[in-house]
Design a protein around this ligand. Sequence first.
Ligand code: IMP
Ligand code: MG
Length: 178
Amino acid sequence: MLQDLASVMFDEKVLAAKCQELGRQLTEDYAGKDLLVVGILKGSFMFFSDLVRSINMPLNIDFMAASSYGSGTETSGKVLIKKDLSVDIKGRHILLVEDIIDSGVTMSQLMAELMKREPASIRLCALLSKPSRRRIEVNIDYCGFEVPDEFLVGYGLDYAENYRNLPVIGVLKREIYS
Ligand code: IMP
Ligand code: MG
């Protein structure tokens, strides 16, 4: 799989250090609060598991699945909730964990939907952000890295459902998807 990458952008060491850094900050910010960490499937699964292990306090976890992408590399502009939360979030502090914010369409729609359920707070933690691609403003409370407009795979990120199990994040060779 590594031979399908034009370059490695973040290796295991850099990703682990970022999770530790974010985890320390979250541990401080949510001290004494009832925290529900929500992973957005499938892309966040690897980041999610590293991140929650670096948050040093009691917390609950849950997952949602949404998609706006199909199997290509361009967003369709619509979000579909494919799997909903299994608990009521009213009055709870919610931390959404996402792999990457690209156009912002998926996250802004998900956030709007979750706000209707009257949580005590909702914050967003995204490992990656592509600011140059934004179509809708999304406030990322905890952002791992800002990245250029390249198609990235690995560490949860896919191209047509492949490469999620790569332990690093890299730029997919253009000839693979064009
Ligand atoms: P948005 O609605 O355009 O912000 O799309 C966010 C979703 O698109 C992410 O959760 C990813 O699943 C997917 N996505 C965006 N950019 C990339 C990329 O470079 N590689 C893989 N998936 C991506
Ligand atoms: Mg995806």
